[in-house]
Design a protein around this ligand. Sequence first.
Ligand code: FES
Ligand code: FES
Length: 156
Amino acid sequence: MKLKVNGKSRSFAGAPFKRLIEVLREDFGLTGTKEGCGEGECGACTVLVDGEPVNSCLIPVCSVEGRRIETVESLGNPGKLSPLQEAFMERGGAQCGICTPGMLMTATAWIKGGGSAAPGAIRECLAGNLCRCTGYQHIVDSVARAVKGKGGGKRR
Ligand code: FES
Ligand code: FES
């Protein structure tokens, strides 16, 4: 089947019900997406499908055939971070980093959708993304900074 991942056309010939997170990590080498609970509870595995955050641990790859998939690798790279990634760096939004790719993808959708910088609204938006390091205030601050700077998903 054909998939569109981070703007590139990719082919996958494996089992159609293989989980999307496994296809991304094992078949496409996109290991930025992390697995936490594996049960749809933590949001660590969040990627965007047609611009909407989804838990990639829950969905079979066949369900996203032909749809637009974006992973954290689409945002920036170590030499050129996206404005949102820069805000996480500046405001200490990442601690151990396991939840960070999922947080970044959910926040990217929030910013692109015109979400506000109000802390309460950001917390609600990120309610499905759990941080075991409990650094929520820094994460909210990071997203708010990016919203105020109009720092969206992709690098400028
Ligand atoms: S690993 Fe997918 S929601 Fe936790
Ligand atoms: S930074 Fe460690 S789980 Fe969030």
